[in-house]
Design a protein around this ligand. Sequence first.
Ligand SMILES: *[C@@H]1O[C@H](CO)[C@@H](O)[C@H](O)[C@H]1NC(C)=O
Ligand SMILES: *[C@@H]1O[C@H](CO)[C@@H](O)[C@H](O)[C@H]1NC(C)=O
Ligand SMILES: *[C@@H]1O[C@H](CO)[C@@H](O)[C@H](O)[C@H]1NC(C)=O
Ligand SMILES: *[C@@H]1O[C@H](CO)[C@@H](O)[C@H](O)[C@H]1NC(C)=O
Length: 374
Amino acid sequence: MRYAFLLYALTIFSLCEVKKCLYLTKTFIDFINKNQSSWRAGKFFLENVTSRNFVHRYHRPVLNVGNEVRVKDCYLEDLHIPDSFDARKEWPHCADVIGNIRDQGSCSSCWAFSSTGVMTDRLCIQSEGEVKFQFSPQDILSCCENCSNSTYGCAVGGSSDRAWRYWTESGIVSGGDYDSYQGCVFYQESEFYLKTKSPCMKSCNNPHYKISYAEDKHFGSDYYQVKPAEKCIQAEIMSNGPVEAIFALYEDFYYYKDGVYTYTIGGLVSAHTVKIIGWGVENGNPYWLAANSWNCNWGQLKGFFKIRRGVDECGIEQYVLAGTARLKTKTSSSSPWLLVALVSAGIVIAVMAIALFVKKKSMESVINYFRLKS
Ligand SMILES: *[C@@H]1O[C@H](CO)[C@@H](O)[C@H](O)[C@H]1NC(C)=O
Ligand SMILES: *[C@@H]1O[C@H](CO)[C@@H](O)[C@H](O)[C@H]1NC(C)=O
Ligand SMILES: *[C@@H]1O[C@H](CO)[C@@H](O)[C@H](O)[C@H]1NC(C)=O
Ligand SMILES: *[C@@H]1O[C@H](CO)[C@@H](O)[C@H](O)[C@H]1NC(C)=O
């Protein structure tokens, strides 16, 4: 509850002044490493990255969540929760999408990345690996008007629950990483700070993509908040796949190298959302295993991190979101025949009905009947 203010009413802009905020110093890192033994800090960005570049590139994940989502019931009877779990191992046919680390660049679009990441994983899991469709963060960023503020675009973050709602109502197209020319709408934001985001074109930005924007839309059928309890979150992940979580981002988190993160030092920067894919215990410390969206060169776990589990570390167990994909029926082959069958059946029934009718009444009354009806 300590983080309730953050989770439900956050409209913090850049709380963090460039000078005050970034301790790109050895002292800061040393302090973290001496003060606790759960995790290790290190410098994982290029040596020549100035604090200003650093801010521009990484310090942007501010979120604004509404409180509009139903809380899903949580039943734990008969459920054995293992000590460790990794969605990549549970669903090996989807391990590549679940383990895909993306890069939000200099845009506060973590909410778009973590929500679409979970959507991508769940569509794959539900379709038993048949549909590997990478949902496009750019599509919600540019086209979901209610998800973020179009005036500030990349600068002020957005709302994860609106992103989930957008998925069920408007669908989301496919889209790969920055400049990747993969999918329908690949990622375009890179260096923008306090600038508007790319406008919504309602068409693919990838000229090589063969499917139209409208046809490429994939929908969710349902979305919900997972009950804020460790076991309910575990049950949800075990049953349905990764989930999206929001937590309070403190300055020390940038320096995560490995181990089980627990807040140690530094000011509150903003909120951040990530994808939780499993859990475990390391040196007696229970943790959530999560995928960040700061590229795979962040940290020593190649873009993943572990964060303390069971104590609502930085509010991470408070506002967990997930949903269900709507699987597209295999229309291409079966549906024309189904249509033909239905139409034929309809004609036969109509002819029979008219024949019966004619038998009873004169042709004239039949004509009158139809005239009156129309
Ligand atoms: C860690 O830092 C806090 C705050 O400065 C201090 O109170 C605490 O004693 C430190 N713990 C260790 C083990 O150094
Ligand atoms: C930083 O250093 C890397 C490696 O030496 C170099 O490739 C890159 O261009 C440098 N970046 C800047 C902004 O100077
Ligand atoms: C955006 O939010 C407003 C206010 O809640 C609502 O009336 C409107 O229908 C929403 N638009 C879309 C496209 O969901
Ligand atoms: C965007 O933010 C500005 C500044 O806070 C605000 O005045 C405006 O109403 C916001 N727009 C929307 C659509 O929320």
